[in-house]
Structure formats: structure tokens, C-alpha cells
Design a protein around this ligand. Structure first.
Ligand code: DC
Length: 222
């Protein structure tokens, strides 16, 4: 597939990234995890001490963006912030707890919007996130919107975190997922919502293979 753009949006931990990655490999497209970019900025904000007790130093963040270099390698899936590999660090509880607050900021969104659009100039891609089909690529060739029961999502996320060595418990993970969904859906700019022309995929009862087969079937029949 040449220059094809596939947008995968949806709620937290519905399997978007795993399936977007698998789909990109199958179709020979690049994969971009847009959530990793928002997490990278959040990691950098935390490192600089610009957030404390939900108090954001918006001025410092906005000025700091002028010198921030954030790069998602669509081949290795490594995220670098000012040249440092933060791929693992952006999955921490601290980053998850703050990322939706940072993603609400208009100047953060416009900074990343440019980057995301530029990534599509060279070749086709599969990008997952919250506003890819609605705002970033409203003319995407294929749009999917993922949902799943919150408990199923929390259990999957917990297993993922444990597998990568992060400590967590079910109740905290569930709360974080629901908090992020609420903030992401209610924000003023580019809220999480299904694009009118997106195909909804509920992954609650689907294995990875079943969800993948469904995506391929939808792509082939469009
Ligand atoms: O995909 P993820 O759960 O790693 O994303 C982390 C957060 O980043 C998510 O809760 C909201 C924000 N985000 C966003 O606002 N827009 C996107 N396109 C992707 C992520």
C-alpha cells in the first residue's frame, strides 16, 4: 500500500497500539504511536518540575517547547526526547497520571499536530491516538474507533505493565483509565470522539487475532 493513511482512535487500553503495529507490518506501512508523543512531552514536563499537585507551569512549558526535540522512530518505535531514549520511561505511573492534563493544552496540541502531519508527507502510515481520524487526518483512507469494557481494558493494561516490570494494582489501573477517558473526552480541543465515518470495533470479547482479522476484513471490503 502506497501513501495510505489509517487512523486508529479510541479509549485507553483498547488494543489500539498493538493492532496498529500489527496492521502496519502486515501492510508494509510505518507505525506512529501518537500517544507516545504526548507521553514524551509529559515526561519532559515532569523532569523539569513544571507540574506539582496538579499545578501546571504553562508558561514554562510553552516557552520550553521552542527548544524541545521529540522524535518517534516509526521503524524501531523508539521515542527520543532531546536525544535520549525514553521509550520505557514514558510508560510509568507518574506519566500516565499527568498525560491527559498536558494533552489538554492548546499549544502542546498544535506543536504535535504539525509533527504528526509532517510524518505523513513521505509515505503512508498507521497512526493511533484520540483525534487522528477527526483532526490530524480527517481525510484518512481508513478510520477505526476502538472501544472495550473498562474492566477488560484494566486487566489487559495491568498484565502489560507487570510484563514490563512496572508495579501496579487493578483498582489503580482502572481508575487511571477511567480518569483519562473522561478528561480526554471532555476537553475543548480535539476531544476523543468517534469520527462520523469511522468503523467502531469493540475488542472486549475479541482475541488479538480476531480483532486483527476483523480490521483486515473491513479494509478489504471498503
Ligand atoms: O495512547 P496513550 O494511552 O498512550 O495516550 C496517552 C494520552 O495522550 C491519552 O490519555 C491522551 C493523550 N493523547 C491525545 O490527547 N491525543 C492523541 N492523539 C493521543 C494521545
Amino acid at each position: 500500500m502506497d501513501k495510505v493513511i489509517i487512523a486508529i482512535d479510541g479509549f485507553a487500553s483498547t488494543g489500539k497500539s498493538t493492532l496498529a503495529k500489527k496492521l502496519s507490518q502486515h501492510l508494509g506501512l510505518r507505525y506512529v504511536d501518537s500517544g507516545a508523543l504526548f507521553r514524551g512531552i509529559t515526561f519532559w514536563v515532569l523532569k523539569n518540575g513544571w507540574v506539582s499537585d496538579d499545578n501546571l507551569n504553562e508558561l514554562a512549558i510553552e516557552k520550553g517547547l521552542d527548544n524541545l526535540n521529540i522524535f518517534f522512530d516509526s521503524v524501531t518505535n523508539i521515542l527520543s526526547v532531546n536525544g535520549i531514549d525514553v521509550t520505557e520511561a514514558i510508560r510509568s505511573k507518574e506519566v500516565s497520571a499527568q498525560v491527559s492534563q498536558i494533552a489538554k493544552l492548546s499549544f502542546v496540541r498544535s506543536f504535535l499536530l504539525n509533527q504528526q502531519r509532517q510524518m505523513s508527507l513521505r509515505a503512508g502510515l498507521v497512526m493511533d491516538g484520540r483525534d487522528i481520524g477527526t483532526v490530524v487526518f480527517p481525510n484518512a483512507d481508513f478510520k477505526f474507533f476502538f472501544t472495550a469494557k473498562p474492566e477488560v481494558r484494566a486487566q489487559r493494561r495491568l498484565e502489560e505493565m507487570e510484563a514490563s516490570g512496572h508495579q501496579a494494582n487493578f483498582a489503580d489501573v482502572l481508575k487511571n483509565i477511567l480518569d483519562r477517558d473522561r478528561i480526554d473526552s471532555q476537553r475543548k480541543i480535539s476531544p476523543l470522539k468517534k469520527a462520523a465515518d469511522a468503523i467502531e470495533i469493540n475488542t472486549s470479547e475479541l482475541s488479538l487475532e480476531q480483532a486483527f482479522d476483523l480490521l483486515i476484513a473491513k479494509i478489504n471490503t471498503k
